[in-house]
Design a protein around this ligand. Sequence first.
Ligand code: ADP
Ligand code: MG
Length: 262
Amino acid sequence: MISQDSGIALDHAVPHAVGAETVISMEKVSKWYGTMQVLADIDLKVRKGERIVICGPSGSGKSTTIRCINRLEPYQKGRIVVGGIDLGADARNVKAVRAEVGMVFQQFNLFPHLTVLENCMLAPMKVRGTGKAEAEATAMKYLSRVRIPEHARKYPAQLSGGQQQRVAIARALCMTPGIMLFDEPTSALDPEMVKEVLDTMIGLAEEGMTMLCVTHEMGFARAVADRVLFMDRGEIVEQAPPEEFFMNPKHARLRDFLGQVL
Ligand code: ADP
Ligand code: MG
């Protein structure tokens, strides 16, 4: 399960553009399912333009962490502020946060009965009240950005996994989010499709998008991440810039993990 690094070597490090402003702040966030604690005092601050990669064994709380950031999951303790909006304070804030945060899942989660174009137009029209013509123009712009405008009239099932995942990225971008969350976006893909999705994500990074990516694509982490986080048993056990993270892991659990993945 954790040996999913495709070994794709990325040929260049993607340059930095990290601002001073904190756009995601998690303070001592804890979460339980029943009596089982799945997040334990998570502290995480992400600055504008920063790219964070989260890795760790299955069940360590990676998905839960990023799902708490856009309130797909409630949490019981601590505080999360996203783009200046306090997630805990008021349920009405959830909508504002979701508009600011785009999310891409392992299973692309496209609506099967809608065309690619309609998938991309739906949220802007429903959530934002954007008119049809404008929503379509925006959708085509982002489908071009992920290099599949020619598939706009097709249905998801007519596309490859890599193409569907690029549609999912375009769909998220249509809401013009300031932050993008990725939860193992390449894990469900056949190996030959991993690179096209990683390339799309690298393109976003180059444009200065703030990104939190759960992935075991260590080549991506090396090339793109400002910081790599290792989670285990609901905690952030270690975090460091990629060189240090991979060359000089301090915690025994991280050394074991890297031994399995690399
Ligand atoms: P990861 O993404 O690192 O694999 P998750 O965040 O999905 O881990 O899960 C963390 C822990 O929470 C795991 O032990 C998992 O079994 C548990 N968990 C996740 N979702 C639920 C749920 N809906 N109900 C109960 N337990 C859950
Ligand atoms: Mg997960």
